[in-house]
Design a protein around this ligand. Sequence first.
Ligand SMILES: NC(=O)c1ccc[n+]([C@@H]2O[C@H](COP(=O)([O-])OP(=O)(O)OC[C@H]3O[C@@H](n4cnc5c(N)ncnc54)[C@H](O)[C@@H]3O)[C@@H](O)[C@H]2O)c1
Length: 339
Amino acid sequence: MTYLVTGGAGFIGANFVYHMLAAHPTDRIVCVDKLTYAGNLSTLEEALKNPNFRFVKADICDREAITKLFGEERPEVVVNFAAESHVDRSIENPGVFLETNILGTAVMMDVSRIFGVERFHQVSTDEVYGDLPLDRPDLFFTEETPIHTSSPYSSSKASADLLAMAYHRTYSLPVTISRCSNNYGPYQFPEKLIPLMIANALADKPLPVYGEGLNVRDWLYVEDHCKAIDLILQKGRVGEVYNIGGHNEMKNIDIVKLICKALDKPESLITHVTDRKGHDMRYAIDPAKIHGELGWLPETMFADGIQETIQWYLNNRKWWEEIISGEYQNYYQRMYGNR
Ligand SMILES: NC(=O)c1ccc[n+]([C@@H]2O[C@H](COP(=O)([O-])OP(=O)(O)OC[C@H]3O[C@@H](n4cnc5c(N)ncnc54)[C@H](O)[C@@H]3O)[C@@H](O)[C@H]2O)c1
């Protein structure tokens, strides 16, 4: 079996590549990634040593390159992680979000149709449901919750979801969609909340928290997300959406305080900065469907996962220091420049 994984040099995609190589040691994993600022080939250094793994630098919007790759690899399964993923960047510059997240997904689905893949899995987000009020802890997002987006990022992801369902209905493309809550864990780009706070705290730099930091997110350890997607690929029903969440709601400010405590840094480093435009208040997933149908449950408790994550960033300083310095962008050149 050959799996084509897009965006595998990013945070969740790379964790998924490692999960699949370990969980399906006889299968082939082909990773396509454009290596934008968020892609880091050094993350895949260990995978590149595995003969069942191939990396291809390409843009998912590049129909010709993607068609050529499908012709070479004939993948049975496509898992589409590739995306522009940072909400703040989408507020600054929506255009590239529309290109990659919508048009790129359409290209991947068109080529998947032509080559008759057995499954096209679209990795989506709980942000497509908009947000929930803080004073209604009884409310959760189910797969039936209407799409109601807030940012250019979430709107682009919702558009891709709608297109994916349309390709299923119109062309019978065997689509599944997963909508996951906030992930944390190894290899997350240090512009996102948890790694940013760890890196800044270690450098005794201010810890910028939007507004009062009361926004609530439902945090899931990345490996649990990868296992859920794998399960959907193996046992999920085509044409279905599956919500994935950790039942682990935390206020941003509490996460930052927890990181200060774990690193023995003073909370006085916390600085409150002007809130993000249109900032969603609360996300909370009801994962009853994936639990009931596929038996999935998160395995990593937040208390353990966050300690492991902090330890990972302590043990892998080179990985994130090279990102902060920009050095990681030379890795592709070093690996492939002279070939
Ligand atoms: N991070 C989260 O908490 C979270 C939660 C739910 C869903 N998601 C979704 O999971 C997916 C992965 O998120 P992430 O946090 O790993 O993102 P990320 O930004 O860390 O990685 C994205 C990857 O996609 C690649 N990419 C971007 N544009 C591309 C293009 N045009 N062609 C090929 N590759 C391209 C980048 O180089 C990068 O390697 C996204 O689709 C995101 O919407 C993320």
